[in-house]
Design a binder for this molecule. Structure first.
Ligand code: AMP
Length: 291
């Protein structure tokens, strides 16, 4: 596995791969890798990539001043071992000074899809994400890039950016990889104490309860939200930030229950903030009965 830390050497290797007619698949990450990240390597390969580039960069611009940038978990040596074992071709590991040299002030303004839910709670977060992802796209120039649906609003923001700014990359999205009890894998799960870890599946359980209610025919967004809230907070220690039913493209309230829907939630357990979501497909139109 090639490991680079500068833009010039990264471009040199990806240009050579392109010249050799390889299809470059790119997976941007913040490291502390788990099976969710690794599944995206397979997603990229499945989509046709045969030269896999992974970046690890804890992007300061997507963290708010009171957030966990400093304590975000890092384990470069272990990450390298995992990526080697998954036959990754190139690992780009830039320091902050390479991505944001002094004087760098230009940023991407993420579209309106970045405003609700996560965007409302984390001002500037999606602008930071869009900025770093666009920079990484310009550095790596991948044919395709893989993102996880676990961060559903991030997928929508990147998708919108790629279309709005004519970025020549194909996006592919991977399903959320979960622990056996349903908790979505996340580098931040490392923050949870044993007691907090035991509470954590409540978020996924609450989303499942909402999804089941919709599949049984519920159409009242407020009562679905109440049900999800009740399930999430069955045991004390889970603080709901939001549990919402939204349109998966716009992230605002769905106008129509017969289209795809997204149940998205964020909770805080102790000092750890967890997010998750479930997408539900269009409901079959019920057969009309003859009178
Ligand atoms: P992160 O390192 O948290 O920035 O995540 C890097 C990429 O991995 C993003 O596209 C995430 O959506 C994706 N990802 C993180 N956790 C999971 C998971 N549990 N299942 C699938 N993809 C994930």
């Amino acid at each position: 596995m090639i490991v680079t830390s500068t833009i010039e050497e990264t471009r040199r290797f990806t240009s050579a791969a392109r010249a050799a007619a390889r299809t470059i698949g790119f997976i941007p990450t913040m490291g502390f890798l788990h099976k969710g990240h690794l599944s995206l390597i397979e997603t990229a390969r499945h989509a046709g990539a045969d030269f896999i580039v992974v970046s690890i960069f804890v992007n300061p611009r997507q963290f708010g001043p009171a957030e966990d940038f400093e304590r975000y978990p890092r384990d470069e040596a272990h990450d390298k071992t995992l990526l080697e074992a998954h036959d990754v071709d190139l690992l780009f590991l830039p320091p902050v000074s390479v991505m944001y040299p002094p004087g760098s002030t230009t940023a991407v303004s993420a579209g309106t899809v970045s405003e609700p839910l996560e965007g409302e709670r984390r001002p500037g977060h999606f602008d930071g994400v869009a900025t770093v992802v666009l920079k990484l796209f310009h550095i790596v120039r991948p044919d395709l890039a893989a993102f996880g649906r676990k961060d559903a609003q991030q997928c929508a923001v990147i998708d919108r950016m790629v279309r709005d700014l004519d970025v020549p990359v194909r996006l592919v999205f991977g399903e959320t990889i979960r622990e056996v009890d349903g908790l979505a894998m996340s580098s931040r799960n490392r923050y949870l104490s044993a007691e907090e870890r035991a509470l954590a599946p409540a978020l996924y359980r609450s989303l499942c309860a909402g999804a089941e209610a919709i599949q049984r025919g519920a159409e009242d967004a407020a009562s679905i939200a109440t049900l999800m809230h009740t399930v999430a907070t069955e045991r004390p220690g889970v603080v709901v930030d939001y549990l919402a039913l939204v349109d998966p493209e716009t992230f605002v309230s769905p106008g129509d229950f017969n289209r795809d829907l997204l149940l998205a939630g964020a909770v805080t357990i102790g000092r750890t903030r967890l997010i998750d979501n479930i997408r539900i497909g269009r409901r079959p139109i019920p057969h009309t009965r003859g009178s």
